[in-house]
Write a protein that binds this ligand. Structure first.
Ligand code: PEP
Length: 253
């Protein structure tokens, strides 16, 4: 059965104390998740260990990093290696968030290297793709996103591709309050699954969770997650409010 996932992306927000409090409040809701459901918290690097230890006894709750470097180790001041994440028990890492692509000029080719180094270190990439507004307005979103997958993921053997998590995040919907309609989300998710099936085969495509990201809120999560090819969400703003993220996790059920 394909995994269903509610993933929080805290980005560069919250003090350590605020992060602990937010996590405590969310965990206090004590939402029990089935074996095929996960809640993942992508937290700033300094909070990874705290989050991992808070989630220790909760097998369906996981911690993720928001980025890692593409090289194994070395003179890259300020960067964090996938091997370091693995060494502290981090099993997931967001790769290619649109903010990394835009503000840090991360290219599809560089992201392919990040995906590789994650897999080499037993870290599952949560690979983000999605088109900017101008591309959507020109009607070219399908080929744009297909190319992101091709250049960053198509080199993988099928056995590895099967372990990926993909997040479709239309850039025009991130942090804007503008959510894709359920039709737009379903249409793109089905397209992505077809692209994956054509390259890796149906079995692999049917295994890969494809999350939707872009102004998911407590009020719209259920409707979006109900789409056939939407397997949960990657959530920014609403993941910073305990009551909202609790509702979003519940929307998986
Ligand atoms: C994100 O940053 O991945 C995101 C989807 O943000 P928001 O939910 O705030 O649109």
């Amino acid at each position: 059965m394909r995994k269903q996932i509610a993933a929080a992306n805290w980005k560069m927000n919250l003090s350590f104390q605020q992060a602990e409090k937010l996590l405590d409040e969310i965990l206090a809701a004590d939402i029990s998740l089935a074996n095929h459901q996960l809640a993942i918290f992508a937290v700033p690097f300094p909070y990874l260990l705290m989050t991992r230890s808070e989630l220790e006894e909760m097998p369906q709750y996981k911690v993720a990093a928001q980025n890692c470097h593409q090289k194994k180790s070395g003179a890259f001041t300020g960067e964090v290696a996938a091997e370091m994440l693995h060494s502290i028990g981090v099993q997931y890492c967001i790769i290619g968030h649109s903010e990394r692509r835009e503000y840090f000029s991360e290219s599809n080719i560089q992201l392919a290297e990040k995906v590789n180094i994650c897999f080499e270190n037993y870290v599952t990439p949560i690979f983000c793709c999605g088109e900017p507004l101008a591309v959507r307005e020109a009607g070219n979103q399908n080929s744009f996103v297909e190319n992101q997958l091709k250049e960053s993921l198509f080199h993988l053997p099928a056995a590895k591709a099967k372990e990926l998590i993909i997040a479709y995040e239309p850039i025009w919907a991130i942090g804007t309050g503008k959510t894709a309609t359920t039709e737009q989300a379903q249409e793109m998710h089905a397209h992505l699954r077809n692209v994956l099936a054509a390259h890796f085969g149906n079995d692999v495509a049917n295994e890969i969770p494809i999350l939707y990201g872009g102004s998911v809120k407590a009020a719209n999560a259920k409707e979006i997650f109900a789409c056939d090819d939407v397997d949960g969400g990657l959530v920014g703003g609403a993941s910073l409010v305990a009551a909202d993220f609790v509702e979003i996790i519940k929307a998986l059920q």
